[in-house]
Design a protein around this ligand. Structure first.
Ligand SMILES: NC(=O)c1ccc[n+]([C@@H]2O[C@H](COP(=O)([O-])OP(=O)(O)OC[C@H]3O[C@@H](n4cnc5c(N)ncnc54)[C@H](OP(=O)(O)O)[C@@H]3O)[C@@H](O)[C@H]2O)c1
Length: 267
């Protein structure tokens, strides 16, 4: 595919899973990409695959730990210093960690909160202002169906994803008169990526059930929704069912249902 847009997408968490699939979709449409992730070796491998498959687009990489204080602003400065204007911002990098709150590691949870919320907040602050001043741009915020339901045993993670959804849907209203700048919230259901391994959930029955969706299908829903300026994307029937359950039943009932579904990740 030739470079027909000259526009650039910045994708955090682009080295695997949903972020990698989103990167492919931008590249396929001829957009340049800035791929961001923590581990450089994995990121370079992923970037090489994109360059090989889409030789006419510009592929930049930044390896940075976005769970650290000041890291999102460092990323912003690096991209500015390279003279790259970002038309599409995808706040996708994130991780979860299973466990009972009384036993889980606080430092890890603070790092998770930083990556899943503070980094999203900071990059949105920096790039949304630019987009509004310029009069164009689109942001895709990767939340989760966990934003619709309390998640015992994934309590902090679900809290971060609720933040992303509520924050982003509030901003949608604040910027609604700026017709050419949009914010889309993607709420994936359980999806086949490295997420479960990172969250130490790989042996759970939920993770090994047919409700787990393909990352390319989830990414396609998010990409099309963002390009269309949609407010919210529930990318598959399973995602819509989670959201419907969250909206219909009382939170206490949903918490008990999710708790029983995730019971086997306790240990
Ligand atoms: N998979 C699911 O079931 C599911 C469901 C709902 C929502 N989501 C959300 O989807 C998003 C993408 O996750 P995924 O499922 O595609 O998982 P994944 O395959 O584990 O991908 C996560 C990406 O984020 C990057 N990342 C993780 N920690 C980082 C850090 N500290 N600094 C910079 N980059 C970091 C990873 O790079 P490194 O490997 O270098 O760390 C990787 O590129 C996340 O926000 C997740 O919460 C996933």
């Amino acid at each position: 595919m030739e470079n027909n847009s000259g526009k650039t997408a910045l994708i955090t968490g682009a080295s695997s899973g949903i972020g990698y699939e989103l990167t492919k979709l931008f590249a396929k449409d001829g957009h340049n990409v800035v791929m961001v992730a923590h581990h450089d070796d994995k990121l370079q491998q992923a970037a090489q695959q994109i360059k090989t498959e889409f030789p006419l687009i510009r592929v930049e990489t930044v390896s940075i730990d976005l769970s650290k204080d000041g890291s999102a602003d460092r990323l912003y400065s690096i991209v500015q210093d390279r003279g790259i204007q970002i038309e599409y911002l995808v706040n996708n990098a994130g991780f979860g960690e299973k466990g009972q709150f009384l036993e889980t590691d606080l430092d890890k949870e603070i790092a998770m909160i930083h990556l899943n919320t503070i980094t999203v907040l900071t990059l949105t602050k920096r790039y949304l202002r630019e987009m509004i001043n310029r009069g164009s741009g689109r942001i895709l915020q990767v939340s989760s169906v966990a934003a619709f339901l309390p998640h015992p045993l994934l309590a902090v993670y679900a809290g971060t994803k609720s933040f992303v959804k509520s924050f982003s849907e509030s901003l949608q209203d604040e910027i609604k008169e700026h017709k050419n700048v949009t914010i889309t919230v993607l709420c994936p259901p359980p999806t086949e990526t490295n997420f479960f391994e990172v969250a130490h959930m790989e042996n759970s029955k939920v993770v090994n059930s047919p409700q787990v969706q393909d990352a390319d299908e989830v990414a396609r829903g998010g990409y099309d929704g963002m390009m269309n300026g949609d407010a919210r994307v529930l990318p598959t029937l399973v995602a819509k069912m989670y959201a419907a359950q969250g909206i219909t039943l009382p939170d206490s009932i949903n918490a008990a249902i999710v708790h029983s579904q995730l019971e086997d990740i306790k240990k």
